[in-house]
Each structure stands twice: as structure tokens, then as C-alpha cells.
Design a binder for this molecule. Structure first.
Ligand code: DAH
Length: 437
């Protein structure tokens, strides 16, 4: 999953991230989203392709694999509130500041996130609703939602995906801690008799510290409760029968601006370690902002597509958006079964090389990918940078991208792909003023 962990911030230097407008094409003065009008401004960068996904809410469509997975996770937490109705339009304040993200966090940039205007963006993670839900006095809750991030195009990345946020608060006093201990004992007993091997790390360490305002004993107990609760969820999701190989789970130290200590969890599946979720002990400042007093607790955020792709053997993330009967008719509500691919249609590769305009920042990969999606939608399977260099004399930079056109439902004709490629080139020159080589 794409996490706001330290791995994510490490990418910061790899790309140019600008705060100026990403796509300079002309936007209408207002955009209609979920029947409301919103004004655009110089940072608007949502595309029609993205806006068209907002009303779909596939995580609530009965029988859809994402909806089934959501219900299974919800049934694992029966006494939690289950929320899935929040609008994806949030303020940057809610998405970032309320959760203590630093002002220069790369996730804020227009190259990484979708903005309606300066005041409104599409949420990039379900954590954006933590304060709102905690403020309502909810102590145990799960929230499922569509989230939006500008990204590359390949089989496991899509600019809209789904996350599930879970949180649990306890009273930060002796009786609350008694409750945590009891829950820990119950969960430990359950896990001891299960076919699961867990690689653990300390709940708290110098590099993954307890928060200043927390009693270290309380924080330890809460972190342990978080781990036990999630191990038991993963066992429910991935654990096979006793006769099979044990489920292997590993815990890794992480960093998130809104938790400490923080962790990531990986599951060993078909020969690979896969990152499944991020979590941690909720920052007390988040609870203070929510007007919650005398409590301590944990939260997690998991990526539904990642888990569903593993459980259902779904090979390409675009399939979740398919309305093809051959996809949808394979699934029944509440049931997880292997997806049978109906066909693999041929790929058609097209390259485009260009000079970036003299004296300006080179086109960002995410701008290129949004432009391609705008034109070809789900007919594009992946986009790769195959070359980029700076001319030693003129100092002009050049980029070359390879687009892989492939439909999931049918064969594409040569003419059709050529038309698409022609439109990509026209848009590149019109909007980004590049010079095709
Ligand atoms: N929101 C984080 C992301 O998208 C994941 C996450 C990490 C959620 C830690 C949490 C948490 O609730 O406690 O990368």
C-alpha cells in the first residue's frame, strides 16, 4: 500500500514537487461534484477521469470484492461503528494539518494530490476523518472510503483506491488498562492456538518512542493490544487451515506524523513480503483537537485493493472498476474465491519522446500519467519512463515514455491505438508546450 510512512518521504527528493499548477489546461470556472458547484483556481488539477469515479462508491456495491472484504473486516469488529458515507472532499487542513503533517510534507504538493481549489482537495487517506469521528465521541470505529493520489500507472497503482481506517480508544486510567489487559489475554489465547508465525519487534524503542504525555506502561499495553488485534484480523483474512503452511506476519518500525510508536505490517504471501497496513498509538494532539479527554488508543489504515488482489488473485487493479459481466458475475456477496481471468488481450506499446520547454521544470511523471489517463482511461495498462537526459550544450531536458495500451475486455485495433497516441501527443504539445522529438 502507498503509505505516508518514512519510505514515502524518502521519495521527496526523487521528483521535482512543485506547488504551482500541475496541469495548465483551461478549467471551467466551476466544477460540479456530487451535485454541488465548486469554483476552480490556479491550483485545480482534478481531471474529469478522476471526478467520474467519485459517485461510483464501489466499496458499497453488494457482491463487489471490495465490498465483501469490507464486510468481512467489519464482521471481525462487530462492536465497532461502521462508517462509509463521508464525502471525499476535504480541506487540506483536515487531510494534513489536523494530523500534524509538517508544512513541507511532499503529500501536500499538486504533483502528488488532487486539488479542487486551494481550499478543497480529494482526501488522500482515510485518516483525514480521524478528528471528525473522534469528535463525535466514537471510541471504536471502522471507516471505509475511496482515497485519491496522483501516481504512476501500472498493474498495482490506480489514482483512486480504497482504505479502511480503524480505531479504538480506552480510558487512560486503571480501569481502562484492566480492560486492555483482559482483551490482550483473550486475543493472546486465540493466537497461541492458531497457525500463525509472527515476527515481532519491541512495542516501544528509542527510535519508535512513547509520547511525552503518555505513561509508558499504558502505551506498551495499547501497542500490544493493537498488534494482537491486527494479528487476529490478518489470521481471519489470510490464515488457511491448520494443515497448511502457517501464516507469516512481520512487524516493522515506521513513522507517521499522527502516531507514536508507529508500525507497518507485512504478510508473506506466495513467496513475497507484502505491505498491508500502517498503524500506531494515536497522537495525543489528535485526541486533544477532537476534544477527547482522558483516553488513549490506537488506529490503523489498510489498503483494500492490495488485500483483495491477494485474496481473490486479481491480477490488475483496473479490474476493480470493470463493469464487464465476465468480471462482476464471478463474485457473490460474502464469498472469497479465486478470480478466473477471462482472457489476456495483446499489448500495444507506443513511445513518445520530447524536449521539455527551455528554462522550465521538466514535466512531472504524474502529470504525464494523468494526461494519458485523461485520454485513454483504463485502456492504458502501464507507463514507463524509458529515457531522460539533459543536453550537455543546450541544457534542455528530454524525456521518453513508453505507454502500454491494453484493454482488459477486448482487442484494440491499431487505428484506435494510433488515434489515442495522436491525442496524447497533441495534448502534450498544447498543454505542456513540449517539443516532440
Ligand atoms: N493513513 C496512513 C497512510 O495512508 C496509514 C495509517 C498509518 C493509518 C497509521 C493510521 C495509522 O490510522 O495509525 O499511509
Amino acid at each position: 500500500m502507498r503509505c505516508y510512512s518514512h519510505g514515502y518521504s524518502l521519495l521527496a527528493g526523487a521528483h521535482h514537487r512543485s506547488f504551482s499548477s500541475a496541469i495548465t489546461s483551461k478549467y471551467p470556472h466551476t466544477l460540479e461534484i456530487l451535485s454541488e458547484q465548486y469554483s476552480t483556481d490556479e491550483i485545480t488539477n482534478v481531471t474529469p477521469a478522476i471526478l467520474s469515479k467519485i459517485p461510483l462508491r464501489i466499496h458499497t456495491q453488494t457482491g463487489h470484492p471490495l465490498s465483501t472484504l469490507r464486510s468481512i473486516i467489519e464482521s471481525h469488529y462487530p462492536d465497532f461503528s461502521h462508517i462509509s458515507s463521508f464525502s471525499p472532499l476535504v480541506t487540506p487542513f483536515k487531510n494534513f494539518d489536523e494530523l500534524s503533517f509538517p508544512k513541507d510534507h511532499p503529500g501536500r504538493s499538486v504533483t502528488d494530490s488532487y486539488y479542487i481549489n486551494k481550499e478543497l482537495m480529494l482526501r488522500t487517506h482515510t485518516s483525514a476523518h480521524e478528528v471528525e469521528v473522534f469528535s463525535k465521541g466514537e471510541d471504536k470505529w471502522l471507516l471505509t472510503a475511496d482515497v485519491y493520489r496522483r501516481d504512476e500507472i501500472d498493474g498495482s497503482h490506480y489514482p483512486v483506491f480504497h482504505q479502511m481506517e480503524g480505531a479504538r480508544l480506552y480510558n487512560a486510567d486503571a480501569s481502562g488498562m484492566e480492560e486492555v489487559k483482559e482483551d490482550n489475554e483473550r486475543l493472546s489465547r486465540h493466537l497461541e492456538t492458531s497457525n500463525i508465525v509472527i515476527q515481532d519487534i519491541p512495542h516501544i524503542s528509542p527510535t519508535n518512542p512513547v509520547q511525552q504525555t503518555h505513561d509508558p506502561v499504558h502505551s506498551e499495553l495499547i501497542a500490544k493490544n493493537l498488534k494482537l488485534s491486527l494479528n487476529s484480523l490478518l489470521l481471519r483474512l489470510f490464515g488457511g487451515s491448520k494443515s497448511e503452511e502457517p501464516l507469516r506476519v512481520r512487524w516493522i518500525e515506521a513513522y507517521f506524523p499522527f502516531t507514536s510508536p508507529s508500525f507497518e505490517v507485512e504478510v508473506f504471501f506466495r513467496g513475497k513480503w507484502l505491505e498491508i497496513l500502517g498503524c500506531g498509538v494515536v497522537r495525543q494532539s489528535t485526541l486533544d483537537t477532537s476534544n477527547v479527554q482522558g483516553k488513549i488508543g490506537w488506529a490503523f489504515g489498510l489498503g483494500l485493493e492490495r488485500i483483495a488482489m491477494i485474496l481473490y488473485s486479481i491480477p490488475d487493479i483496473r479490474l476493480f472498476w470493470s463493469t464487464d459481466k465476465r468480471f462482476l458475475s464471478q463474485f457473490k456477496a460474502g464469498e472469497i474465491k479465486m478470480f478466473k481471468p477471462y482472457s489476456k488481450y495483446p499489448s500495444c506499446f507506443k513511445d513518445v519522446s520530447f524536449w521539455n520547454p527551455q528554462g522550465s521544470v521538466p514535466l512531472h511523471d504524474n502529470d504525464f500519467c494523468d494526461l494519458v489517463r485523461e485520454i485513454a482511461g483504463d485502456l492504458v495498462e502501464d507507463v514507463k519512463v524509458i529515457d531522460s537526459f539533459v543536453h550537455p550544450k543546450t541544457n534542455r531536458s528530454s524525456s521518453c515514455y513508453r505507454i502500454n495500451y491494453r484493454s482488459m475486455d477486448r482487442s484494440l485495433s491499431n487505428e484506435e491505438v494510433n488515434e489515442l497516441q495522436k491525442s496524447v501527443i497533441t495534448r502534450l504539445t498544447d498543454v505542456f508546450r513540449v517539443e516532440i522529438r
